[in-house]
Design a protein around this ligand. Structure first.
Ligand SMILES: [Zn+2]
Length: 301
């Protein structure tokens, strides 16, 4: 039995009563998949994946995947997530992603949701390495990014000798995230960068964000930030041709290519913990291959 709370508004008095009710919740697994066209978000919605699951999926890959440069025509996604039903068979909500896989330029990127014995609940790759990295490759709300291929309006520059960062073209106001835990060491106007933030992550790495429309309220010099925290919003301040985030990763103070950098990795399971994970992974693989992909009604058919 799972405990749920039911809140009932009393229509006459305008007061609320809350009662604890026992409900039998059933979890079923759903499999969905498709080809990425303009963006993972848009293609995911077309595959009938619920919005919260899709947002979670994009976030789970934001450490590893540059959603504007790594997506190519023909790349695919697969996801297996929970659907939760009450005792009357009504769909209550969508639950966790249990497994997902992006296939980018022919290379598979599987992730498995796994709770280890010591209670860590995270996404791991097939070798038991956390998908979470010290720094995010896409430090922006990925649901609002379209893939770079076929784009015409704003050039989205990659890293080269003249341009020592990467650009993410996104609608004005899109949330920008701190790529990792750290301390804000610069926040405010900075010449051609426009409204700018620089975060120091450790002795070696810092990251910088330019052309913002504005800073988040809590983003001030000297403040600590945590990975994924909103630090500002996409704009086109400074020397800029359209709304985009200019993102730099600095290693020992030098701007480096975020596409090439070997991201400092998270934890890796070892010994008994790794063996337990591999057993769980095998049963997730079996569950996934046993499910038929969700059928999606196509418009016009
Ligand atoms: Zn740039």
């Amino acid at each position: 039995y799972n405990t749920a709370f039911e809140v009932v508004r009393n229509p006459a008095g305008g007061s609320f009563t809350a009662s604890k009710i026992e409900k039998t919740l059933t979890r079923t697994l759903t499999r969905a998949e498709g080809v990425i066209t303009s963006s993972l978000y848009v293609s995911g919605l077309k595959a009938d994946i619920p919005n919260p699951v899709l947002v979670e999926l994009i976030r789970a890959y934001s450490w590893d995947v540059d959603f504007q440069r790594d997506i190519r025509s023909g790349d695919t996604f697969q996801v297996m997530y929970e659907r939760v039903y009450d005792e009357h068979g009504n769909h209550v909500h969508s639950g966790n992603i249990r497994f997902a896989q992006l296939t980018l330029s022919g290379k598979r990127h599987p992730i498995y949701r796994y709770r280890s014995k010591d209670g860590d609940d995270d996404y791991f790759d097939e070798r038991g390495q956390t998908a979470r990295k010290a720094l995010m490759r896409t430090p922006i709300d990925g649901a609002r990014l379209s893939s770079g291929f076929g784009r015409r309006r704003h050039p989205i520059l990659g890293y080269n000798k003249m341009h020592r960062g990467v650009d993410f073209a996104a609608p004005r106001g899109t949330s920008i995230y701190a790529a990792g835990n750290g301390t804000i060491i610069k926040a405010g106007r900075n010449g051609a960068y426009g409204i700018y933030i620089r975060i120091r992550h450790n002795n070696r790495y810092s990251t910088a964000y330019g052309h913002m429309k504005g800073l988040a309220r809590s983003a001030r010099r000297g403040k600590r930030v945590t990975q994924g925290q909103i630090i500002g919003y996409v704009g086109t301040t400074g020397r800029s041709t359209g709304p985009h985030l200019h993102y730099e990763i600095l290693s020992n103070g030098r701007r480096t290519n975020p596409m090439k950098i070997k991201m400092p990795s998270g934890r890796k399971l070892k010994g008994g913990a790794l063996a337990a994970f591999q057993a769980a992974r095998a049963s997730i693989d079996t569950a996934f291959s046993g499910l038929a992909p969700k059928k999606v009604a196509k418009a016009g058919n």
